[in-house]
Design a binder for this molecule. Structure first.
Ligand code: EPU
Length: 419
């Protein structure tokens, strides 16, 4: 079993370069199934969810060539298979995007129920509602989702709640549909804009991505033939921003879109950190104990749930008592049990957690309960006194490229060991 051994106590200093966004990449790869031809995708994060997506696309008949660690060419000309390999699709959440893209391409799709982090109930009723509105029949049984349609016809779809996955999936299914699809109450996350930009670069006609009404004018074909670069990962950037604050460090974070991080920047300043923007670089530093703050997670542009655990670490050592309200995922406070093993004083119940700030955390054996919990526990290990052993690394490897190398370059004493 692999673990990270982290010897804490060093403030992080130096520069880090942010990779491409996981949640954009895992949607753009299946979106390539809508193309009848070849394209190049750059700035893909080298993480296990991306490798898994590529493996599935290859099994469906796409020809994928790795040009370097972060760039592929993908030729989907010969894809005619609509059944995705169940053993692979059930390993991660974003496999649900194969339903929208295979339905768009083949007018039928068969995909295993998506896996991914255990964050509580993760229904896909809004995805299904969208596919059905476009004219598909969808059946969920025996761990599989089967969708088929004689033809897909554009219509107006109002999403009952703001959902990243449903917004992207309906967009994917409607790109090659007849007529115009309107997605109302759409999510506005940067990766939604990125998927729309990718599809438009390949020949789609999608307008309004990044607002809460998206209009997709169906086109006959996506020809591809272009190169697209995935947007930088705002959650990875935010993770390093919070690591700088919690460790009383001083970091230059390069290759970020600072606009995507405005909400976090405001909260970091509120808790006593400093943030300076210079083009695509953020300078983040902090020379005192963080101050208490209250946080409520919300869809973009609100405070992202995917940065809640990392912020939780900073608040666990804050001066005063903070309250976090998690409004997206019911089980996203599992990391607080692990932080309490390190000396934190957090009481989590339902959607709310109360953080009584302590002066210090102490190294302990802890388990990454999900991807962002894992990133948070790395930060906790870095700021703790003594040695932390962090287990369940597969969660972290799903979403962060070279995470221990990036932290080591910032001065952290962190080593991956095979027990
Ligand atoms: N929801 C429904 N029905 C649906 C879809 C969503 O009830 O059909 C609910 C969910 O239960 C949740 C809320 O709506 O309470 C929002 O869910 P959303 O669909 O936006 O989440 P998702 O698409 O499954 C993506 C990211 C998550 C991130 C959320 C919220 C991917 C692959 N995953 O999930 O990322 O937390 O959006 O921003 O893009 C992560 O990267 O660590 C991660 C979990």
């Amino acid at each position: 079993m692999e673990k990270l051994v982290i010897k804490g106590g060093t403030p992080l200093k130096g520069e880090v370069t942010i990779s491409g966004a996981k949640n954009a990449a895992v949607a753009i790869l299946p979106a390539a199934l809508l193309i009848n031809g070849k394209c190049t995708i750059e700035n893909l994060p080298n993480i296990s969810d991306v490798k898994l997506s590529c493996e599935i696309l290859s099994k469906l008949g796409a020809k994928i060539e790795w040009i370097d660690n972060n760039t592929i060419t993908i030729d989907t000309t010969n894809v005619c298979e609509h059944q995705a390999p169940i053993g692979l699709t059930s390993k991660f959440r974003a496999s649900y995007y194969l339903i929208g893209s295979l339905l768009g391409r083949c007018k039928k799709a068969e995909v295993g129920s998506p896996g991914g982090c255990n964050l509580g109930s993760r229904p896909i009723d809004q995805h299904i509602k969208g596919f059905e509105a476009l004219g598909a029949t969808v059946k969920v049984s025996n761990g599989k989702i089967k969708a088929s349609a004689d033809k897909l016809v554009g219509t107006s779809i109002y999403l009952d709640m703001v959902s990243v996955g449903a917004t992207i999936n309906v967009m994917l299914a409607s790109v090659l549909a007849e007529g115009t699809t309107i997605i109302d109450n759409a999510a506005k996350e940067p990766h939604i804009v990125d998927v729309a930009n990718f599809l438009n670069t390949m020949g789609a006609d999608i307008r309004g991505a990044g607002t809460d009404v998206i209009k997709v004018n169906g086109v006959k074909e996506l020809k591809g033939g272009a190169t697209y670069s995935v947007v930088p990962d705002q959650i990875e950037a935010g993770t390093f921003m919070l690591a700088a604050v919690a460790s009383k460090g001083d970091i230059l974070i390069k290759n970020c879109i600072t606009k995507h991080l405005e909400c976090l920047t405001a909260k970091i300043i509120e808790i006593g950190g400093n943030v300076e923007e210079d083009g695509d670089t953020l300078h983040v530093w902090c020379n005192k104990r963080p101050q208490k703050a209250n946080i409520k997670t919300l869809p973009y542009p609100g405070f992202p749930t995917d940065l809640q655990p990392q912020m939780g670490v900073a608040l666990s050592i804050a001066n005063g008592t903070s309250i976090i309200n998690e409004s997206i995922w019911e089980s996203r406070f599992q990391y607080t049990n692990e932080l309490n093993k390190m000396g934190a004083k957090i009481t989590a119940q339902g959607k709310t957690a109360i953080f009584e700030g302590v002066e210090k955390l102490y190294g302990a054996p802890v388990y990454a309960t999900d991807l962002r919990a894992g990133a948070a526990l790395i930060i906790a290990g870095i700021i703790a006194e003594g040695t932390t052993e962090l287990y369940n690394l597969s969660h972290i490897d799903r979403g962060y490229e070279n995470i221990e190398d990036k932290f080591r370059n910032l001065g952290a004493d962190i080593t991956r060991v095979n027990e």
